[in-house]
Design a protein around this ligand. Structure first.
Ligand code: HEC
Length: 134
């Protein structure tokens, strides 16, 4: 009588744990680079990514405004001053390990900087640049 609720609870906890683990590392920086390169139909270019990252695209901010340049140390939000973990994966084990987070921030940040979404080629270039930082 007591075993059943317990095993249901255990099963629920176990499946939660599995989902949690899957979400925590369901993508990698290398997989992200490959994904956007495939979407763009060409491999990401680190030099182009660096130029893109540091450029103001007609607005007030560049990617570097918040993430720093090179983005190997903690960044600081240009508006709120909030500390941002390093964007380059070699300096931040959590960067580019959650595709929902990557998509969310690419969308938001590209809109802030370029007033449009970044293209697949631009994302591939940025990934190539960030992955090259050691
Ligand atoms: C106004 C400040 C700001 C600007 C400008 C900005 N970002 Fe960000 N970005 C953030 C913040 C804040 C986060 C979330 C950090 C966190 O919670 O870990 C973030 C996170 C990201 C992430 C998610 C990384 C991960 O953890 O997987 C990517 C990708 C990203 N930014 C790319 C860019 C690119 C590309 C540009 C330039 C087009 C840019 N950002 C410009 C503030 C900014």
């Amino acid at each position: 009588m007591n075993i059943r609720p317990l095993s249901i609870l255990t099963a629920a906890l176990l499946s939660l744990l599995c989902v949690g683990t899957a979400l925590a590392a369901e993508t990698t920086p290398a997989a992200q680079l490959q994904h956007w390169s495939a979407q763009a139909g060409a491999p990401g270019n680190a030099a182009k990514g660096q130029t893109f990252f540091n450029a103001k695209h007609g607005g007030e901010w560049s990617c570097a405004s918040c993430h720093g340049t090179p983005p190997t140390a903690q960044g600081k939000h240009a508006n709120t001053g909030k500390v941002i973990a390093p964007l380059a994966p070699a300096f931040n084990a959590k960067a580019f390990t959650d595709s929902a987070k990557v998509d969310k921030w690419f969308k938001r940040n590209c809109n802030d900087v370029l007033t449009r979404e970044c293209s697949a080629a631009e994302k591939a270039d940025v990934l190539a640049y960030l992955n090259s930082l050691k």
